[in-house]
Each structure stands twice: as structure tokens, then as C-alpha cells.
Design a protein around this ligand. Sequence first.
Ligand code: GN1
Ligand code: MG
Length: 369
Amino acid sequence: MPLYEQEHLQHISQQFRIYGQILHAELCKIGHINETYTATYDQGGVLVRYIHQKINKGVFKNPVQVMENVMRVTRHLQTKLRERGARQVTRRALTVVPTHDGMPYYVDEDGNYWRTFVCVERVQSFESVQSPEQAYEAGRAFGEFQSLLADLPGERLHETIPDFHNTRKRFEALKQAIEEDREDRVRKAKPEIEFALAQEPWIDTLRKAHAEGRIPERITHNDTKFNNVMLDWETGRAMCVVDLDTVMPGLVHYDFGDLVRTTTSPTMEDEPDLSRVYVRMPLFEALARGYLEATRDFLTPEEKSHLAFAGKLMTYTIGIRFLTDYLQGDIYFRVHRPDHNLARCRTQFQLVRSIAEQEQALQDLVDRL
Ligand code: GN1
Ligand code: MG
């Protein structure tokens, strides 16, 4: 990390109620949006780590509302876990460390919002799923997350990104990006564009079911990709889910769908060898088992009947978001090489094809569980 960044981080770290001295900090490369550092402190002669994170204000237009949601959600999770007699509550749900004047964030001289979390230790996350056990754990973790938040008291949570999973709006944004063709990339993405546009007939299915009152709004995580689950080093069990910025009102399908996207093919999000990208039944079955076990108390038959479809819809939705960003010149998702967003899009669309081919078999499997 360059020296000026080190010094800036030193300054940031002093704003929070941390009883210790910062020794060093490393940039954490996971995630496409926020800037995250893992910082080590000497606290009474013991090394303790904290997470400092700069919220991406281009993506989250209202960081104050983001943190209001995060505070309500983390407090509720911890209260419920304590009531249930859970051990290691601060490893099971994130803990926000306040600033010296009790605020959940610090605004720096450039108007950036910073926040600090207790670092959950002896856990790891993965960019791709390694086994059915892991898929099961991911399903269970996000199912439990929804279940614990089902009785969150108070007002409706803020919509931190309005229309985040509104596939119709994402579709319109794609069409506009194609029309504008700002970066002259449309010709390079022809097959992907054709595929994306051809899926239009089914993209409104869930929003329609919701509008007709057939599926309810709930509190959902909305970014359930597999690397947002922290698994215990030793036991492999899911301990904690992270990345709470998009926790807001949503459909359970948003969460289950993104889990299908990220846990049923043991490949990376940008896997270039498309022949390796397809749904593995044992992974899907484990995921669905974990999720259904945790959501049994509240999930309705109608919600359950759309779970396989949810996988297709969310994979498609995130696929068209990558494609749109590619056409607009990579302004949203962090990229690590040229055409990275196009590669990510291709991988998603390959998975959409695979889910579509097996959709009935996948739903039959869900129905049997
Ligand atoms: C982003 O920040 P990260 O990498 O966990 C994105 C998700 C996408 C995901 C695709 C706020 O999540 O919606 O599904 O990338 N988050 C936001 O990898 O846009
Ligand atoms: Mg993340």
C-alpha cells in the first residue's frame, strides 16, 4: 500500500473507538464495489484485527441510510442470537465499531464515508464453491439470515439502491447502453446482446407474482454471492454473512437466485472455459436443502414453487448488469483486465442456459425436499 494511503488509514483508524495502536493494514481484494482494509492493532499486548471500509458513494448514494439499515440489522441479529443462547455471537454476526462520538461512520475530508467492523477471525471465504457441504452451508446461512430478520421491529428498511433487482429496469438500461454504444463495443458483444434481448418474455415473472399479491416482500440480503459467507476454518460451517449494504426489502428469490448463480457451478464468476460452467445437481440439491431447512417456518408454497426459476432470473439479471457495464466502459464493477465484464457476462449467460435446460428437474428436486 502506498505511504499516503497508510497515513490516511492511520488517520481514519483514530476516529473509531478502538483501544489500541494500529500496526499495519492490508487492502482486501474481495468484492467489486467497496474498498476494504484489514488492519492489525496492538491492544494491551495482544494483536487484534478490525475491518475498515470505505463505502462506494457512486454506488450507494445515501451512505447514512445504508448505515442506519446496517445498525438495525446487526443489532437485531446479535440480540436474537444471544436470546437463542448462541456462542461466539460476534463471530456469527457483524459488529459495527462506532466513532468516538458514537456515530456508525466517519466522514473524511473528501466526503467519503468510512466504517469499522470487528474482524471475524478463523474463517475464510471462497470465490467458487468446493463441495456440496459448502453449498449446503451457504443455503443454510442465508436462509437463517432471512429467518432471523423476519421479525425486525420498526419501519420498513431503506432501499439503499432503488430497483436493485428490478430486471425490467436492468433490461431497459441495457437497451439504452446498446443504443448509445459510447465505447464502440456493441459489435464485440453481438452474441451476448442477442441472447440477452431474446430472454425478454420471462423477465417480469416474479415482479408480476409479487404485484398480484402471490409472493410477499420480506427482508432479504440481496447480494448472496458465495464469497459473502464466512466459513469456519476448522469445521467448514458457515459462521457469518457479510456485505450488508443491500439488505433491504426484497423477494426471497433474489437471495436464493444469487445463491444458485454462485454455488451450483464450481467455477469462478469469470470462468473462461464455458464447458465447465453448468449446474451440478448435487450442489443444487445441497444448496436447496440448506436453504429450505432454515426457511421452513415461513416460506410459502408459492415462494417455493419459483426457486429454480429464481436461479435463472438472478443469473440473467447479473449477467445483463455486467454486459451493460461493459458497453458503458466499465464504470460500475471493478475490472482486472480488458473485456473483464464481457467475460463475466458470458459465464453468467452460459449458466442461464444450463439452468434453463434443467429447470424442471431442479424445481422437481426442490418440491421433493
Ligand atoms: C457486487 O460487492 P460485491 O462484489 O459483493 C454487486 C452485486 C453483484 C456482484 C457480482 C452493490 O457485489 O450486486 O451480484 O458484484 N454489488 C452491488 O459479483 O452492486
Ligand atoms: Mg462481497
